[in-house]
Each structure stands twice: as structure tokens, then as C-alpha cells.
Design a binder for this molecule. Sequence first.
Ligand code: UDX
Ligand code: UDX
Ligand code: ADP
Length: 461
Amino acid sequence: MAFTIKKICCIGAGYVGGPTMSVIAQQCPDIQITLVDMNTERIAAWNDPDLDLLPIYEPGLSDIVAEARGRNLFFSTNVEKAIDEADMIFISVNTPTKNYGKGKGMAADLKYIELCARQIADVATSDKIVVEKSTLPVRTAAALKSILHNTGSSVNFHILSNPEFLAEGTAVQDLLNPDRVLIGGEHKEAIQALVDIYARWVDRDRILTTNLWSSELSKLTANAFLAQRVSSINSISELCEKTGADVQEVAKAIGMDTRIGSKFLKASVGFGGSCFQKDILNLVYIARSYNLQEVADYWEQVILMNNHQKQRFADNIIQTLFNTVNGKKIAILGWAFKKDTNDTRESAAIYVADHLLNEQADIFVYDPKVPAEKVFVDLDYLNSRPDAETRRLVSVSEDPYEACKDAHAIAILTEWDEFKTYDWSRIKSNMKSPSFIFDGRKLLDRTQLEELGFVYYAIGE
Ligand code: UDX
Ligand code: UDX
Ligand code: ADP
């Protein structure tokens, strides 16, 4: 029996659920989509008439929300009503790394997913297609199934895995024009119902269907491979700094080999974001749980290399500033984990700042999209020192020139385009001498800065 999808509900209105449902709503005006979240502030922000106040910043997103909101896109805290009315339910809640108990620091915490499954089981009175959108460990669908199929009710649930491959900062473009859409499942008609939704704007040959487990594992594997490329080029960046090779030249030379490809070879202060580290830790945990030690050790190295890159970047600042940063002002430009997002989860900036704070540096942060409270929450979360001390040592500026005034050094940790257009001569004249720049993104122009009198260090040069 073919399914007709008239109403969709998505549980979790975050970085994945928000943009994904906005784009589906834009592309399918005849389907009513309700995004629900238990976080009332977040839902209020999604409903705010001022589109600058949406909870998530993504280029192009506010236009889409403006177009679809109130027409066929709704934001609500009434989770149960939305579940009950929907033909198809996306689960897009967060799956953070467990910070307690068995698998602490490694395994994915599935408590939010389980809660969703139980809520769906309790509320549903008609048949539903349940779609896993969140990144989940392989065989989570089995847990979902077991909860949903043991409710004692006569309601049928069909479970699909439809991992999201969008990257933050380019979410809207990635959703509108995906490399591929992946749908895993067992029930043919349920798979077809989801294929038909995407097929409204994605070429059929880019819509891939697999079994549930392949779909779940592909998502973890894709993120592990992407992160591995960054760790691989970062490992070479350190070798370049010792030998006189230039990592950008090396990246270009190897990237022209079509078997390697040119993307994702940008050496940096280290990858961040909510996915890479979490998903690899998860992969490592799963491999260990099957007693595949070599597999686990292989992937764990990607994380260890990334930790090393952040650490050595901070160490280099300290060493260059004559082995002490105590009481010295260091400006950090960029706090987000990459440009064009206000997301700071696992951002390298947090770890670099924390390391410098351990050495009693005075840190001034400027980021065009990250509010001050987020900077403090991120640092407090590490629990490295009393919150009051963090507030004594860290200031957040709303003006980059203010952040850099009287600084001994500037560290560039996010590749925001606007940093390239600053009046660097003005910044230089207001800094301490010697004036150091540590470019963790190889964003700025060495020749220009050296002419202005800066001492310039970049990753991999
Ligand atoms: C390699 C490089 O490809 C080439 O650029 C360099 O100049 C010399 O080294 P070669 O060793 O001749 O060339 O063959 P290649 O096709 O790279 O295969 C190397 C090994 O990897 C083979 O045993 C091949 O079977 C294996 N391989 C390759 C795989 O197992 N899986 C793959 O997907 C690709
Ligand atoms: C990633 C995957 O790209 C996406 O497919 C998946 O759905 C979620 O995880 P995201 O974390 O949003 O997306 O951003 P991404 O562009 O992958 O960047 C991750 C981190 O790697 C950032 O900190 C970025 O600065 C860093 N990076 C990326 C590099 O340091 N060098 C590169 O060449 C590429
Ligand atoms: P992601 O990057 O995966 O989208 P986010 O943390 O941005 O992660 O978004 C996940 C959202 O899911 C959060 O806003 C959180 O409040 C919401 N959420 C988690 N569990 C539930 C639940 N049981 N019911 C409703 N919303 C939930």
C-alpha cells in the first residue's frame, strides 16, 4: 500500500532539524511540517517576527523561513499533538557523547532518542513512518524498533534511516543541492514515500536506498573519512614547518590527483563541530565493543592527531612569546568552529583559549556571530578553573579593533572572510611590539603583514 504524506513532524529544532525542515517545507508547499522542541526559548526564537533572531545562523535560511513559516511550516512545543497528527516523524534530536557511566567519553548518549521513541509509542493512534535523522550508532534502529513494536497497540511503525550530510555554514545549499540523499530501510513503500519527497527537487539518481545498517554506518564512515583527511593534512603541516615545505603547495600537488581530490585538504588549527569527534569516538567505541582493536586504534588516531594540532598551536604561541604569556593580552579572532555559523561546539578556539588561560594569559575574543555568553559557557563547560577566574581573564569584544588593541599577539582561529578586509595597518599601530599573528587558518597574506611589521606565523609554513 502506498503512503500519502500530508503532515510531517520533526522532533528537535536544532542545527539539523531546523534547516532541513525549512527546505522540505519550501520545496513541498502541500505538506504541512511542524518542528517541535522541548526547548521553549528555541521555539520562541524560531517564531520571532525578527528574522535576525532565529536561533541558528545559516546563509539563506531566514529567507526560506520567511517564505514558508505560517504557510506550511510551523514551530511548536506541543510535541504530542504534532506526533499524533503526523504521517511521517523525523527524529532530529541531539546525540551527544556520553559523559557518565559505561562508554563515558566515547559512546553516543541515546537517552533523547529513546525518550522520543517512547513518546511516539505513547501518543500515536495511526500508522507512522519514523525517520532517524540524527547521527546514530549502527543498529540504533533496532532499539527504536523494539520500543515502537512492543507498545501493545495496533499501530504500525516503519523505521527509516535518512542521515543528514549537510555541513554548517552551507546548510541551505547542501540541502537544495545534495551530493546524495541516503535512505535506509526495510519496508519498500515507506522508503518510496520518503524518496518521493526528496525527488521533488533532487535528481532520482542521487537518491540512494540501502538497508538500515548500511545507511547508519555510512554516516559515521563519511564523517570519519572527512575528519581523517583534515588530520592527515594537519600531520603533514607539522612536518612542513620543520622541513621548509609549504603545506598549501603540498595540498595542491596531491589534490590534483583525481584519486585523492582537492577538497578537505585545508590545514588548520584543528577540526571542530558537533559531528566529527563525536562520530569517530562512536565508531571507535563500536569497534571496541566488537573487539576489533586494530580498527578502533586506527580511527582513534584521527582524534589524537586533532588534539595534538590544537595543543601544539597553543604551545607555539607560548614559546614564541618568550615562554610566557602570563598577564599578556592575546586577541582571539574567531570562536565559531568554522566560518558562516554561530555554532561553537568542539571549536578549536575553546581548547586553544583554555590552554592559554592555564598560563594566565589575558584573552580578548572577537567573533562576528558568537555572543559573549556562549564563549563563557564553552569555557566553563571544560571545568578547568573557577568560573570567576575565567571571567577575570577573558573579555569578549564587539569590535575587532578593540579586541586587538594593546595585544601582544593575535590568534586567528576561524576563517571568517571579514578578517581579510580589516585595516591591518591600524591594528598594527595599536598593538604591542613585536606584534605577533598566529594564523590557524592560513587566511591572511604573509607579504602584506610582514611589510606592515607583523611577525607572522601560519600553520604549515
Ligand atoms: C602507486 C600509486 O598509485 C602511483 O601513483 C605511484 O606512482 C606508485 O604507487 P601502484 O603501486 O603501481 O601505484 O598501484 P596502485 O593502483 O596505486 O595500487 C597499489 C595497491 O593498492 C595494489 O595492491 C592495489 O590492489 C591496492 N588497492 C588500490 C586497493 O587495495 N584498493 C584500492 O581501492 C586501490
Ligand atoms: C560535517 C560534515 O562535513 C557533514 O557532511 C556532516 O553532515 C556533519 O559534519 P560540519 O561539521 O558542519 O559538517 O562542517 P565541516 O565543513 O565538515 O567542517 C568540520 C571542521 O573541519 C571545521 O572545524 C572545519 O574548519 C574543519 N576543516 C574542514 C578543516 O580544518 N580543513 C578542511 O579542509 C575542512
Ligand atoms: P543537532 O546539531 O543534531 O541538530 P541540536 O542540539 O542543535 O543538535 O538540536 C537538537 C534539539 O533537539 C535541541 O533543540 C533539543 O532541545 C531537542 N530535543 C532533544 N530531545 C527532545 C525531545 N525528547 N523532545 C523534543 N525536543 C528534543
